[in-house]
Design a protein around this ligand. Structure first.
Ligand code: CP
Length: 303
């Protein structure tokens, strides 16, 4: 039996394959806009397990499957036997007999890995506390729609060294862009991720000076200061306040620089209202591209 084509992390998939998935997403988007949608997933079903809240991931995967001709089953982790202690391994074996792929959003990265280990169908990472690869596929697609090829461009991350920052590190290596990480020393990017980037020769630099990081950037990106499950909100805000993206910082960037945020956002916390709702912000294209980039992922996984 052929091994399932899992989409667990960007650094698990080759650069060439990621590029072909993005190209596929771009083609599927164009066909959809022309009213000539491909329906390669007729008769296929995606199970989606949510152990954390979601708006964009949930809706974009469901709409994406339906646009491709397939269907979905949505499972709230607590409403299933998984929530009552049935093992991830058995859940993987059960779902593999019913559906053609499984997407999971969970705080526990080990659950994603266990699901992939025991499932005989593809497993997709819909966010863990460690990474958010589907968001990065949408972000790269969005960047390239506005600015052309991302290879060789400068991307600046301002904020927490969280799951999004990790996936940006993976993406910098796989898509060949320069990444400047401006993160507080109290909320670092995991050292093993930085070591991986260094070992792979990725152009990733780390600073605690957000002004320095924003200079000449083609893209500035941030995330909310207090995410799902984060404790010590007040302390986190104190650490992250010097990393807020505002008009002065956008002015340090390249004159055509764009702003992105994976959302949900908290205006006038991690980003000022004038920036997120201003002319350099491409957040609504970024939102839409979750749908199209993930259609590329779904079609690749189940092809
Ligand atoms: N960006 C993102 O993953 O959004 P949701 O949490 O709404 O899915």
């Amino acid at each position: 039996m052929t091994a399932p084509k899992h989409f667990l992390d960007l650094n698990d998939v080759s650069a060439d394959t990621l590029r072909s998935i993005l190209d596929l997403g771009v083609r599927l988007k164009a066909a959809q806009k022309l009213g000539k949608a491909d329906r390669p997933l007729v008769g296929k079903t995606l199970a989606m397990i949510f152990e954390k809240p979601s708006t964009r991931t949930r809706v974009s995967f469901e709409v994406g499957m339906k646009q491709l001709g397939g269907d979905v089953v949505i499972m709230d982790g607590q409403g299933t036997q998984l929530g009552r202690g049935e093992s991830v391994a058995d859940t993987a074996r059960v779902l593999s007999r019913y559906v053609d792929a499984i997407m999971i959003r969970t705080d526990d990265p080990q659950k994603l890995l266990d699901l992939a280990k025991y499932a005989t169908v593809p497993v997709i990472n819909g966010l863990t506390d460690d990474s958010h690869p589907c968001q990065l596929m949408a972000d790269v697609m969005t960047f390239e729609e506005h600015q052309g090829p991302i290879k060789g461009k400068k991307v600046t991350w301002c904020g927490d060294g969280n799951n999004m920052a990790v996936s940006f590190v993976h993406a910098a290596q796989r898509f060949g862009f320069s990444l400047s990480l401006a993160v507080p020393k109290e909320l670092p990017v995991p050292q093993k991720v930085l070591d991986w980037a260094a070992g792979e020769g990725a152009d990733v630099t780390l600073t605690h000076d957000a002004d320095e990081a924003c200079k000449d950037a083609n893209l500035i990106v941030t995330d909310c200061w207090v995410s799902m499950g984060d404790k010590d909100a007040e302390q986190r805000c104190e650490y992250l306040e010097p990393f807020q993206v505002d008009a002065r910082r956008m002015a340090l960037a390249h004159e055509n620089a764009i702003f992105m945020h994976c959302l949900p956002a908290h205006r006038d916390e991690e980003v000022t209202t004038d920036v997120i709702d201003g002319s350099q912000s491409v957040i609504w294209d970024e939102v839409e591209n979750r749908l199209h980039a993930q259609k590329g992922v779904l079609a690749w996984c189940m092809s």
